[in-house]
Design a protein around this ligand. Structure first.
Ligand code: AP5
Length: 217
């Protein structure tokens, strides 16, 4: 199964994707995580992506499509794949269709997570992430046991630089301008499409998410 998680920044796509990927034994492909890893490793892609990410802009489509193709090549063809934060433009969506077609796959399910801007702004202001193991916390909703320290590995938690209020505002605008048109793209594509209200607790959102994936078979 190839599943796409769509939705604005901070709506909770990553939180839900990690949980479903664990349950299904699926590959979780987050282009944001792949780009942050490239930045940490100081690769050419990481250096090129940095200025876009810091400004809350999208990294150019050709760089993202190359990154996804390379990453997919390392995943078994029959594995379940959850795309989180990709595609983000119509060019990325058509590029993905082609890559999947070339390997005998297709998009099997699209799930759109929705929440009001105020919810998103609060979630992102409280988000803390562990750069060592990738665990994600929230100072309001799911704080770590010891402030500033990762429960899982003891690493120092960070507030992502692109979670600063001005950058969050820009990321929301970019979502509306460049990514929201994918809703119509996928509704017209014939792939099963579900909308989930994400301004509820993590467990409630997950129950609906899992239900919609199971309904798609
Ligand atoms: P990326 O890392 O993909 O960021 P994003 O899409 O903006 O998504 P986020 O990671 O901010 O949020 P999320 O929806 O995963 O929420 P989370 O689960 O963490 O991209 C970053 C940048 O990289 C982009 O701006 C762009 O520059 C570049 N980029 C990436 N992909 C690209 C692409 N395909 N093309 C071009 N450029 C690309 O949750 C947020 C917080 O809320 C957490 O603290 C969490 O604990 C909490 N939370 C989650 N769910 C709930 C809940 N139900 N109740 C209470 N709290 C909750």
């Amino acid at each position: 199964m190839v599943l796409i998680l769509l939705g604005p920044p901070g709506v909770g796509k990553g939180t839900q994707a990690v949980r479903l990927a664990d349950e299904l034994g699926a590959a979780h492909v987050s282009t944001g995580d792949l780009l942050r890893a490239a930045r940490r490793e100081g690769t050419e892609l990481g250096l090129r992506a940095q200025k876009y990410m810091d400004a809350g802009e999208l990294v150019p489509d050709h760089l993202i499509l190359d990154l996804v193709k390379e990453h997919l090549a390392g995943i078994a063809r029959d594995a379940h794949v959850l795309f989180d934060g990709f595609p983000r433009t119509t060019a990325q969506a058509t590029g993905l269709d082609q890559v999947l077609k070339d390997s005998g796959r297709r998009v099997d399910r699209v799930v759109l997570f929705e929440a009001p801007d105020e919810t998103i702004v609060q979630r992102l202001s409280g988000r803390r992430s562990c750069p060592e193991c990738g665990a994600v916390y929230n100072t309001y909703f799911s704080p770590p046991k010891v402030e500033g320290k990762c429960d899982r590995c003891g690493g120092d938690l960070v507030h992502r630089s692109d979670d600063a209020p001005a950058t969050v505002k820009r990321r929301l605008d970019v979502y509306r301008e460049q990514t929201a048109p994918l809703v119509a793209f996928y509704e017209a594509s014939g792939a099963p499409f579900a909308r989930i209200r994400a301004d509820r607790g993590v467990d409630e959102v997950y129950a609906d998410f899992l239900g919609s994936v199971e309904a798609a078979g």
